[in-house]
Write a protein that binds this ligand. Structure first.
Ligand SMILES: Cc1ncc(C[n+]2csc(CCOP(=O)(O)OP(=O)(O)O)c2C)c(N)n1
Ligand SMILES: [Mg+2]
Length: 482
């Protein structure tokens, strides 16, 4: 779980977009706020950081919409309330809200150590569900697993791997959970993107008549704007962390890990089509989006963390096959630009031994650039690649290619590490590149000198975009006009 501490009113409303993103994408965050003292609230005083209306619960109420449990502590309720909301956060992998009035904050309380209460499956419902799944699978001719982000959130990657290795089912992932399954594994077919999926994934999904959807939420960004490739009359079985579903029937109170274990006596034979490894083209010349992601691919190492911002970065990064153990972070459902610089900070603080590589657009960086200062202060040494393409290219792909609202004020991005460093004296690497060879050289140095933060400013044409995004832009545009 992550924790976030804000100032009352002003701070928490600045943070609510981020917390809503955590709610949408199922990220467990404990949001803590210091509140005015109870006597001030009781007397409805017009104090700063309120709306001047004597109301003290307005922000708490706003947060009810983006959290799964809320509490305001006092000396009496604190021991049980803290446990209640933390449990909800842990169980649902979504934010919770804790308010602490100023006069409560120093109250001593007795700590009651409670035993953890891990959720349990209802054995009867589990058996009924497993029987129904087996019947569907055995009646079908072609089966596949579609796996996504909920598996990551509940850390069930090992259980999924075991399930695939026993059943031999082919697996595709969705982009929200890219990296959910080892992309070098022979059963991994690719990333499903609706009608924009590559030929291998499309061929598989066209023949599958029973799909096991494990931890999946089908959103527009993941499915080419709800334009699916699937066989007519196919059946889907949904397995979620805390419930499952077949058609209209919901099976509550059964846990994903128990379902995967209970199904693991099934065996299928799937004939993977023979594939020839793609030819290694020698890349050179001016950087294009296409060449850019191919270069990046060559510099990823096992166990890196690849973070890709909403924009050309995210849609291009989907085409990169990940080495083993690489985690992929993006925010395709909530899609609040600027998310990834803070995500990089959190990810790197959580584990300093993994190298974090961030791909972020110029437009997104401008919204949150001050976090670079925190990254420097914390002495985190990621590789930050800023795509400087004169503004909002992803938006140009959807609407207003030439319109001024997609242009932004230009900055000297490569100078930012020095702007944010007066006394830290961090040694940073900084590059500006516009050719394949210059990017390769910058990445060579950045990988070797891994105790330094590297900022690589990459220049690309403002109308150039990854092939997937160009097509998706047209489909989104149609969705907007539908
Ligand atoms: C907070 C927020 N405001 C506005 C948007 C709409 N939006 C989506 S992508 C984007 C532009 C991203 O531009 P940039 O980061 O430069 O990416 P690229 O040019 O590589 O596509 C905008 C404005 C959003 N997603 N989130
Ligand atoms: Mg841009």
């Amino acid at each position: 779980m992550g924790a976030l501490l804000t100032t009352f009113g002003v701070g928490e409303l600045s943070a609510i977009n981020g917390v809503a993103g955590s709610y949408a994408e199922s990220v467990p965050v404990v949001k803590i706020v210091g509140m005015p003292s109870r006597s001030v609230a009781y007397k409805r005083k017009f104090v700063h950081h309120t709306l001047g209306d004597g109301e003290f619960l307005k922000f708490y109420n706003m947060y009810r919409e983006v959290s799964v449990a809320q509490t305001i502590l006092d000396k009496q309720n604190a021991p049980s309330e803290i446990d209640r909301v933390l449990r909800a956060c842990f169980l649902h992998k979504k934010p919770v809200y804790i308010g602490i009035p100023a006069d409560v904050v120093h109250s001593p309380i007795e700590i009651v150590l409670c035993s953890p209460m891990p959720p349990k499956s209802d054995r009867k419902i589990l058996q009924t569900f497993v029987d129904a799944v087996k019947e569907c699978l055995q009646k079908s001719k072609s089966q596949a697993v579609v796996a996504d982000y909920e598996v990551n959130r509940y850390h069930l990657n090992q259980e999924l791997k075991k399930f695939i290795e026993i059943t031999h089912l082919p697996l595709v992932s969705l982009s929200m959970g890219k990296g959910v399954f080892d992309e070098t594994h022979p059963n991994f077919v690719g990333v499903y993107s609706g009608i924009l999926s590559d030929s291998k994934v499309s061929a598989l999904m066209k023949q599958v008549d029973c799909a096991l959807m494990i931890g999946v939420k089908l959103t527009d960004s993941l499915t080419a704007g709800f334009n699916y490739v699937r066989k007519q009359g196919h059946q889907t079985i949904e397995i979620h962390p805390l419930y499952s579903q077949i058609g209209e029937r919901i099976y509550n109170d059964i846990l994903m890990q128990d379902v995967l274990n209970a199904l693991a006596d099934l065996k299928f034979t799937y004939h993977f089509p023979k594939t020839t490894p793609p030819k290694k083209n020698h890349l050179s010349g001016k950087l294009t989006q296409d060449k850019f992601f191919k270069v990046i691919q060559g510099y990823l190492r096992p166990d890196d963390v690849l973070i890709a911002e909403q924009g050309t970065s995210f849609f291009g990064a989907l085409s990169i096959p990940l080495p083993s153990g690489v985690s992929f972070i993006g925010q395709p459902l909530w899609g609040s630009i600027g998310y990834t610089l803070g995500a990089l900070l959190g990810s790197a603080l959580a584990n300093r031994d993994r190298r974090n590589i961030l791909l972020i657009g110029d437009g997104s960086l401008q919204l949150v650039v001050q976090e670079l200062s925190t990254i420097l202060r914390e002495n985190i040494t990621p590789i930050i690649i800023v795509i400087n393409n004169d503004g909002y290219t992803v938006e140009r792909c959807i609407h207003g290619a030439q319109r001024q609202y997609n242009d932004i004020n230009m900055w000297h991005y490569s100078k930012l590490p020095s702007v944010f460093d007066v006394q830290l004296a961090r040694e940073c690497l900084s590059f500006q590149v516009s050719s394949v060879s210059a990017l390769q050289e910058a990445l060579d140095i950045s990988r070797t000198e891994d105790s330094k933060l590297a900022l690589i400013e990459v220049f690309m044409d403002k109308h150039d975009a990854p092939a997937l995004l160009k097509k998706l832009g047209a489909l989104f545009s149609a969705q907007n006009n539908a």
